[in-house]
Design a protein around this ligand. Structure first.
Ligand code: ZN
Length: 304
């Protein structure tokens, strides 16, 4: 089981909401879909590392910094004398290897993930030295998608191809390792250094007025939901969710997209759209958030 679980980045969460509530430009949409796909690949790899029985600590998705330079680790496995730094790629299709690029056979070039990997490894190395840790780092790119092929790749690169993922996991499984308190302190230190991503500078511009209002289905993101008793029911996929949870989800969306906006009953009433009673919204907000101010100036904040 992971010592640090993976969570979706604020950037991905924000783009997912924006994608349902506004028309993204073609480039923004491509970028958003790539993030979704990358995340899906990472989660798939987590299913494999989760089952590891060897004595290791699994730290998923760390955003670290050394010398004012940020770097990201998809999966970090701490063993007795080795740290595995793993970058998970969910590329799909036929690619051709070039020193600086991966070229899709149809022509388009994408970055060679090796460059990113060596950059992260070097920064992690320096960070660990700084922390007085001298464990060896082994860094790999794991290609998780079974539909991925890379032509003309030289042998000996730190790439784990789809057909090699199982034997890679077996290798990790059989690695002898006895962790002690030192490793746990190191893991705690790295987790404490984890930074939350700042989504806002990478998001397209949007305004509150411009975004489509209404509760979306928690499963298929459709706006075709209706309130039936205590539930929100999706007309597309039939999924049900308690009204109270749906409203809390909406508040989360507004807080994420508009961190400086004051959350009021009127605003959430407008955002949810399908709940016809302001009183009902107000009850939910009063119950689950901290009330600030009085009467018509009341707004709500996250409880501590
Ligand atoms: Zn649905």
């Amino acid at each position: 089981m992971a010592y640090k679980a993976r969570t979706e980045s604020l950037l991905l969460k924000s783009l997912r909401i924006l994608n349902t509530r506004m028309e993204l430009t073609k480039d923004d949409r491509i970028y958003y879909l790539a993030l979704e796909k990358g995340f899906k690949g990472e989660v798939q790899f987590d299913l494999l590392t989760d089952k590891l029985q060897s004595d290791c600590l699994i730290l998923n998705d760390l955003l670290l910094e050394f010398n004012k330079t940020q770097f990201q680790s998809d999966t970090l496995l701490i063993y007795q004398s080795t740290i595995f730094l793993i970058d998970v790629k969910n590329n799909e299709g036929d690619y051709c290897y070039e020193t600086d690029n991966f070229r899709v056979l149809s022509g388009k070039a994408t970055k060679n993930p090796l460059n990113q990997l060596s950059r992260c490894k070097s920064l992690l190395q320096q960070l660990l030295e700084n922390l007085g840790c001298n464990l060896t780092i082994e860094a790999y790119v794991v290609f998780i998608n079974p539909e991925f092929t890379l032509y003309q790749a030289p042998t000996g690169l730190p790439f784990i191809f789809p057909t090699q993922v199982n034997s890679f996991i077996k290798k990790l499984e059989s690695k002898s390792s006895h962790l002690n308190n030192y490793h746990k302190i190191l893991a705690d230190k790295l987790v404490s250094l984890h930074q939350t991503d700042s989504a806002h500078n990478q998001l397209p511009t949007y305004t509150y007025q411009q975004l489509k209002k209404g509760i979306t289905c928690k499963t298929c993101h459709s706006f075709s939901v209706s309130v039936i008793g205590k539930n929100i029911v999706c007309g597309e996929c039939g999924c049900e969710e308690l009204v109270v949870f749906a409203v809390i989800r909406c508040v989360g969306e507004v807080m994420l997209l508009f961190p400086n906006r004051k959350i009021t009953t009127n605003e959430i009433y407008e955002w949810c759209k399908v709940i016809k009673s302001k009183k009902r919204i107000n009850r939910i907000l009063s119950c689950h958030y901290k009330t600030v101010g009085v009467r018509q100036w009341t707004f709500f904040e996250k409880s501590e």
